[in-house]
Write a protein that binds this ligand. Structure first.
Ligand SMILES: NC(=O)c1ccc[n+]([C@@H]2O[C@H](COP(=O)([O-])OP(=O)(O)OC[C@H]3O[C@@H](n4cnc5c(N)ncnc54)[C@H](O)[C@@H]3O)[C@@H](O)[C@H]2O)c1
Length: 348
């Protein structure tokens, strides 16, 4: 069984590949990543270096928006499970550089769908499960919490969210038309060691260390459902192994073997509490001195365009179908992040 993971050098992709090698029966894992410099590429290189130590890992540096490349990879490696993690992530950057989102998230994702569709003509069995990363941002300006996958989602507040919603619609149509077993996963604010420097926990740490001020949006009146990377990877690994069943409807045509799940902690934290825990952990790990003047390095500012005041996952469907619910506490997760940060940036 070959598995293809796009966005292999990314935060979630790299952690997932390590988990695949830990729990699956020695598959070959093919990873694609274009190693772009949206954030410090040294982090991607470090993640990749770790992956390259696995004998059965094959890395292809390339862009998923390159249709010929994607077709070549499918023809050569004939993946049975495809996990699409590659995307231009980030809500705020989608206001500055929308082109990157259209290229990776729409054209790139379309190429993956097309390759899955043609896999049935090209090799025995074809793709038996496509899993793709969606996002809690599809819930946009919805007021009802917790966010359930049964809720209507037609109210995106950023282009990033709109591309993720489009992915879900495109995937559902392909699943229906070509009977592709497909699962979309809406991730909620994923954090952890070797995570993404554009996200608050990482950016705040960088800034506090440089003596700069951190900006806390919506005057601190935001809540986020922070989800630890190990919980995300556990959820994805379980989902990968159980594809939605193919079946036929009353009209004799296939019903889409398609499902969507939230993967989130179901326990939103106030941003100010989150900052307080981060501060305590930075002091505990001696990354910052005990007498660091945090108050003078904090600035409460208004809400940013594209942001939402709260994210909160209803994970009952994940619990029902996979017997799993993320549960790592923010304290434990931030402690692991801070320890990694110290080791990676300050001690090496
Ligand atoms: N981290 C989160 O909090 C979060 C939340 C919701 C959804 N997601 C989604 O999960 C997925 C993984 O996110 P992540 O946090 O690991 O982000 P990441 O940026 O660390 O990983 C994405 C990887 O994809 C690669 N990539 C981007 N465009 C590409 C292209 N056109 N071709 C090939 N490779 C490309 C990047 O170089 C990067 O290594 C993304 O789809 C993201 O939108 C993440």
């Amino acid at each position: 069984m070959n598995i293809l993971v796009t966005g292999a050098a990314g935060f979630i992709g790299a952690n997932l590949i390590k988990e695949i090698f830990r729990r699956f029966d020695c598959p070959a894992v093919v990873g694609i990543d274009n190693m772009n410099d949206y954030y410090d590429p040294r982090l991607k290189e470090a993640r990749l270096e770790e992956l390259l130590s696995y004998e059965d890992f094959i890395f292809i540096k390339g862009n998923i928006a390159d249709k010929e490349l994607i077709d070549r990879v499918f023809n050569q490696y004939e993946p049975q499970i495809v996990v699409n993690m590659a995307a231009q992530a980030g809500v705020r950057y989608s206001i500055i550089n929308p082109d990157a989102y259209i290229e990776a998230n729409l054209i790139g994702f379309y190429n993956i769908l097309e390759a899955c569709r043609h896999s049935y003509e090209r090799y025995q069995g074809g793709v038996n499960h496509l899993v793709f990363a969606s996002s809690s941002s599809v819930y946009g300006a919805n007021k009802k919490v917790p966010y359930s996958t049964d809720d209507k989602v037609d109210n995106p507040v950023s282009l990033y969210a709109a591309t993720k919603m489009s992915n879900e619609l495109m995937a559902r149509a392909y699943s229906k038309l070509y009977d592709i077993p497909t699962t979309g996963l809406r991730f909620f604010t994923v954090y952890g060691p070797a995570g993404r420097p554009d996200m608050a926990y990482f950016e705040f740490t960088d800034k506090l260390l440089k003596g700069e001020k951190i900006q806390i949006f919506n005057y601190g009146n935001c809540q986020r459902d922070f989800t630890y990377i190990d919980d995300i990877v556990e959820g994805v690994a379980r989902v990968m192994q159980k594809a939605p069943q193919r079946s036929v409807g009353e009209d004799g045509l296939p019903l889409p073997p398609y499902a969507i799940y939230n993967i989130g902690n179901s326990s939103p934290e106030n941003l100010l509490d989150f900052v307080a825990i981060l501060q305590e952990e930075l002091v505990r790990a001696e990354v910052l001195p005990a007498d660091y003047d945090f108050e003078s390095h904090k600035e409460l500012v208004p809400m940013q365009p594209g942001d939402v005041p709260v994210t909160f996952a209803d994970t009952s469907a994940l619990e029902r179908d996979f017997g799993f619910k993320p549960s790592t506490s923010l304290r434990k997760g931030l402690r692991a992040f801070v320890e990694w940060y110290k080791d990676f940036y300050l001690e090496k």
